[in-house]
Ligand binder design. Sequence first.
Ligand code: AMP
Ligand code: ZN
Length: 466
Amino acid sequence: MTLRVYNTLTRKKEEFVPIEPGKVKMYVCGPTVYNYIHIGNGRPVIFFDVVRRYLESQKYEVTYITNFTDVDDKMIRKAEELAVTVPELAETFIQAFLDDVKTLGVHDATLNPRVTENIQEIIDFIAALVEKDFAYEARGDVYYRTSKFAEYGKLSNQNLEELQYGIRIEVDDRKESPQDFVLWKAAKPGEIYWDSPWGQGRPGWHIECSAMVRKYLGETIDIHGGGQDLTFPHHECEIAQTEAVTGHPMANYWLHNAFLNIDNEKMSKSLGNGILIRDLVKQIKPQVFRFFMLSAHYRNPLNFSDESLKQASNALDRIQNAYDNLKHRLTTASATSEIESALTDRLAAIASQFDDKMNDDFNTPDAITAVFDLVAEANLYLQQERVNTAALQLFLDQLQAFDQTLGILSQQTDELLDEEIEQLIIERTESRKSKNWARADEIRDLLTEKGIFLEDTPQGIRWRRK
Ligand code: AMP
Ligand code: ZN
């Protein structure tokens, strides 16, 4: 089955065909770095990490770019409040973001470009829009002329008249039309600024993504992502900017995640119910939060509550226990390379079930069902008295393969438990007695590799750790 993804632009599931075979260019809008990220921000971060990991598991070479908005109105206000400079504020929260997402097991992006490193590209982009008459200067500001872009509204499925509705017209408005949006903002006295053909100022929000996508990925990319609130106006404006300049689609597939609510309420500043990722991971394992995020389809709302976290934690324990048990039994199992073909077939069927679900618009909750099928098979196998290394390894490899995509397992230390060491020593002594030198050597090598030293004493074999 080939991968199909729901495209916000066409409002249907489509077969995923990359621009260049074997490669995926992907851009996800990143945070404005003026505070710590909350659990809602974790949803796009984790979901798009899973998309990227899954594509990589399918042997795509993925270029994954996610930006930092390190200058804007919110940054300027917060820096003032804290009596620091905007770059100082940005540095603090960029580091905090990177730490938080690392804790969540999110793989590093190929690149995290920042607005302040791309001012020239942004100015060039705006100049190209002005040149083509898609933008106009007004007293030091520059605005996008939405009436000139016939397809404005195509992503969020609205037309210009509908958009006009309800937009408040400010008295001091420099815009020709209320739905025009700002590309360049004139600096007020004391604000951070850069020189431009329109005077001193800073970029508006939407333009950075158009400039960065073009610079780092090219005119058309495969996947553009973000939370559903970004569909309008942010992504609509990105499309208007890019497509007016390049004449090509900005992205072939637009993916948006639904929101995370807390106790069935919207997370909001006024309700004061936001929870920071860094506070959450003091209470629960980050893997539990990841598992919880993936337990709903990304286009469905997800409710965060003590109860739903508890459920996630219990379910994940079942997977983790099976994984740990397989690993433990591996150290004492008899070595063989033979596997029953029925087992190989069963595991292959489970693996393709997982892929089928992921191929269906990244249906992670159903893909997790395949992981539980594997766990059930593994538990059945582990009930047997005699297990062999080949079968155990097959189970482990499959679980690890799933985890390459999901990132929900904790890696235990590889250390042997005391009773495992003693068990191995007994087995080694018995192997020698029965002249099974190969098994005896194998056990000695395993123990050496794990840093366990054996000593022959008149009282028998003693062991110690390195
Ligand atoms: P913001 O900090 O609001 O600019 O959001 C950064 C990213 O997190 C964007 O992709 C938002 O769509 C996403 N986001 C913010 N709040 C939530 C939420 N409660 N649930 C899911 N995604 C969210
Ligand atoms: Zn963006």
